[in-house]
Design a protein around this ligand. Structure first.
Ligand code: PMP
Length: 375
């Protein structure tokens, strides 16, 4: 029977306790939120909401077409110029999601005959970019510049190395300066996904590449999402102007996708302007992450030292991770829960996100609930 195999898979998933379900988030949720990626607490900021509303009133509910046809408004151009300027790159290109931005950057920069060196801990969207690219992918050990060097030494030209700047599950940072140095030795490009770095790392939230001294480098391309610290939706690629022009002409997720909705564009622009005015939000998000980590480890939890705003707490098993997250929720705390297949077997986790707007009292409450519900 058509699709019968799906039921077998579903039964296996149920037996393994790995079924995923969707739960609507109430607009006025009473839960303390350490699950979202709203690192700077901007998603519901009045200026961001007004940025979205004003853009929708002026330009309508949707972009109406692809960027090359009717989907580019002046807001898209403003956002691209201001993002590039803020992060220190020559040019930027806005996409309908960070996922689409990653697919674009990797596929357009890895033509037939090229090599893509990819960190083993990379986000699914970079992995899918590698799968779609015409070049050959070599996966290397996590955060290991020597492994990158070794892979590049076998490479034909052109070659790129792709890596998250902050890894989304454990919250650890990539050794960006060393990766850039390894790439330069072999004339390779470096493509990094700063989804979890923008707004959190670097001077005033200018991102991990800026912090690593790579802003504006001719051989570095950065992808970002507008959906985490900027509290909106969408993505962008930043880099040298000729690379951005190439994406406009060659990246399929740019050319064949409807442009980012005006409301999301307006919200991201408002968030970026607010971040320029209130740069202390970035440092506060990092401070909250360190406070969560310090208090969790002091109370006996095994937590990865956070390099940005993600704090990962080890759970004994996938089942216990799910139950732990559910118990936290019953006690009033929303946390993320990572288990296979999102992470490898044996490393299930609670994923907590620090927010710049969390108070000391809320941090204490969160740590208390996590301790009280520990499996
Ligand atoms: N890269 C990383 C590292 C991410 O965590 C995410 C979001 N989960 C994305 C890319 C995708 O971004 P978006 O949600 O904007 O598609």
């Amino acid at each position: 029977m058509a699709f019968g195999w799906i039921d077998e898979q579903a039964a296996a998933r149920r037996r393994a306790g790995l079924v995923r379900t969707l739960r609507p988030r109430p607009a006025d949720s009473p839960l303390l939120d350490l699950a979202s990626n709203d690192y700077l607490g901007l998603a519901r900021h009045p200026e961001i909401i007004e940025g979205a509303a004003e853009a929708a009133r002026r330009w309508g509910g949707g972009a109406t077409g692809s960027r090359l046809v009717t989907g580019t408004t002046e807001l898209h151009g403003e956002l691209e110029r201001e993002l590039a300027d803020f992060c220190g790159f020559e040019a930027a290109l806005v996409f309908s999601s960070g996922y689409a931005a990653n697919l674009a950057a990797v596929t357009a920069l890895a033509p037939h005959g090229s090599l893509v060196v990819s960190d083993a801990g990379n986000h699914a969207s970079l992995i899918d970019g590698c799968r779609l690219a015409r070049g050959t992918t070599q996966v290397v050990a996590h955060a290991d510049p020597d492994a990158v060097r070794k892979a590049l030494s076998t490479a034909k030209s052109p070659a790129i190395t792709v890596s998250d700047t902050v890894f989304s599950v454990d919250g650890d940072a990539a050794p960006l300066a060393e990766l850039a140095a390894a790439c330069r030795e072999y004339g390779a490009g470096l493509v990094v996904d700063d989804a979890h770095g923008l707004g959190v790392l670097g001077d005033g939230g200018r991102g991990a590449p800026h912090a690593a001294g790579l802003a504006g480098a001719p051989d570095v391309v950065v992808t970002v999402t507008l959906s985490k610290s900027l509290g909106s939706q969408g993505g962008a690629v930043l880099g040298p102007a000729h690379v951005i022009d190439h994406l406009v002409n060659a990246a399929r997720t740019f050319i064949f996708d409807t442009g980012l909705a005006p409301a999301a564009t307006g919200a991201a622009l408002a968030a970026l302007r607010l971040l320029r005015r209130e740069p202390e939000r970035a440092a506060r998000a990092r401070e909250v992450a360190r406070a969560l980590h310090t208090r969790l480890t002091a109370s006996g939890h095994e937590a990865v030292r956070p390099d940005a705003a993600v704090v990962s707490v080890r759970a004994p098993s996938p089942d216990q991770a799910v139950r732990w997250a559910a118990d936290c929720r019953s006690a009033g705390l929303a946390v993320g829960c990572f288990r296979p297949p999102s992470v490898p077997d044996g490393v299930s986790r609670l994923r907590l996100t620090a927010r710049a707007d969390l108070t000391e009292g809320q941090i204490d409450r969160a740590v208390g609930i996590i301790g009280d519900t520990r499996p």
